[in-house]
Design a protein around this ligand. Structure first.
Ligand code: 5GP
Ligand code: MG
Ligand code: MG
Length: 180
């Protein structure tokens, strides 16, 4: 039923699982012997976060924050607002920010700046998807699942108008769904 709105499947459940496990292994290697804190940027990254943290074999704590970026549209404004802040203090900790997708970079360049001011021991960005063609603000990415072309994608946590998050794969939404 949801599938009728999908133009093309970009990454199947199987492909997502394989890539998420590879990223977890990279993180395990890079932070061997350390404790890390994963910060999920809600809501788009909640499924990626859930799969990634279960594939990581390190001492690990989790926290969540929420920022507003798109509303119901499909393009970002430079205006970013924290709508739910972290519950934990991040000072002196090794932070990995877990995001669903890096697009213009507006959201993450703002967010990373704010988090850096709280004096973590280190901070890295892990994004499942990256759309480099759309970048307006430069953002340093340490872990990236897949690079994708400039298309609006949904599924595996990513929404359009809060729907499609529950699709188990990632697909390109048919432009007629959002009037594109
Ligand atoms: P940015 O600030 O980098 O332009 O956008 C960041 C946020 O916009 C992402 O975390 C995501 O929530 C949303 N976004 C950007 N591109 C897409 C897309 O193709 N599909 C969906 N569902 N959300 C997107
Ligand atoms: Mg996001
Ligand atoms: Mg969204």
């Amino acid at each position: 039923m949801l599938e009728k709105d999908i133009q093309e499947v970009l990454f199947s459940e199987e492909q997502l699982k394989t890539r998420v496990n590879e990223i977890a292994q990279e993180i395990d290697r890079d932070y061997a012997g350390k404790e890390i804190m994963l910060i999920s940027v809600l809501r788009g990254s909640f499924i990626f976060m859930a799969d990634l943290c279960r594939a990581i074999d390190l001492d690990c704590t989790l926290d969540f924050m929420s920022v507003s970026s798109y509303g119901k549209g499909t393009s970002s404004s430079g205006q970013v607002q924290i709508t739910k802040d972290l519950s934990e203090d991040i000072s002196g900790r090794h932070i990995i920010v877990v995001e669903d997708i890096l697009d213009s970079g507006n959201t993450l360049s703002y967010l990373l700046k704010i988090l850096e001011h709280r004096h973590p021991a280190s901070i890295r960005l892990c994004t499942l998807l990256d759309k480099p063609d759309r970048r307006v603000k430069p953002v340093e990415v340490h872990y990236s699942g897949f690079t994708i072309p400039d298309a609006f994608v949904v599924g595996y946590g990513l929404d359009y108008a809060e729907k499609y998050r529950n699709l188990p794969y990632i697909g390109i939404l048919k432009p007629e769904v959002y009037g594109g």
